[in-house]
Ligand binder design. Sequence first.
Ligand SMILES: NC(=O)c1ccc[n+]([C@@H]2O[C@H](COP(=O)([O-])OP(=O)(O)OC[C@H]3O[C@@H](n4cnc5c(N)ncnc54)[C@H](OP(=O)(O)O)[C@@H]3O)[C@@H](O)[C@H]2O)c1
Length: 240
Amino acid sequence: MMDLQGERVVVLGGTSGIGLATAVAAAEHGAEVTVVSSNRVKVEHALRTLPPGSRGHAVDLTDTAQVRALFDSVGAIDHLVFTAGELLTLMPLDTLDLDMAKDFFALRYFGALGSVQIAAPHIRPGGSITLTTGTAKDRPGPGWSVAASICGAIDALTRALAVELAPIRVNAVCPGVVRSPLWDSMTEGDREQLYKDTAAAVPLGRVGEVTDIAQAYLYYLTESFATGSVLTLDGGTVLA
Ligand SMILES: NC(=O)c1ccc[n+]([C@@H]2O[C@H](COP(=O)([O-])OP(=O)(O)OC[C@H]3O[C@@H](n4cnc5c(N)ncnc54)[C@H](OP(=O)(O)O)[C@@H]3O)[C@@H](O)[C@H]2O)c1
């Protein structure tokens, strides 16, 4: 069912965490994978994890000229996955810096929108785009106003693009808390406490692993009738 033999998949943000797990899963199902992120060392590290023949590019996805040059060099593709995001910074309202808040949209929202705009003409018939949102839009905590807003904007963008780009399928994956390098700005103690507290609060009793979430991207790469939809994998976070 999940055959990607000979299909070309580009994972923007594919050198770490959820994106790298998705690239590995797609390659295991036969895809020819290209991973992209801003740090060349991470690109090289990811390529050592991926099968021979996989490709990697160091590109800052907030820079339109770099994104355009990327897709000029990559050529025709079948699927685009966007999982790029910088380390998470929570912003309590009383100390929120508006310029920082605007900067936060630069990659996760405008980076996604700009990448889709440039990549869409390269996507072959039957192809798809999968974006990334998060349960912060449904269950935000204090300090999450900006991150939650970005997730809400990505949901709306997914539906709008599904209409405008049809028959390209456009969907989004919505993870709950996942054990990944995204949380590396926290101390190890704080991070482990976050995972522990989250696990205790959700029905399935654990945080997500990147391999759990990669299955959702794989699903969207290989099915043929979903568009404008969001698949949530959160251990039941939104019910807790
Ligand atoms: N982990 C979670 O708990 C969780 C929950 C809900 C939603 N999400 C969302 O899922 C997505 C993936 O998260 P993750 O956990 O996989 O994080 P991650 O392990 O930190 O991966 C993020 C990726 O984005 C790349 N990136 C960062 N800035 C970039 C830029 N300017 N240009 C190009 N690439 C850039 C990073 O590589 P470089 O540093 O090399 O650029 C890395 O490959 C994020 O959007 C995140 O918000 C995660």
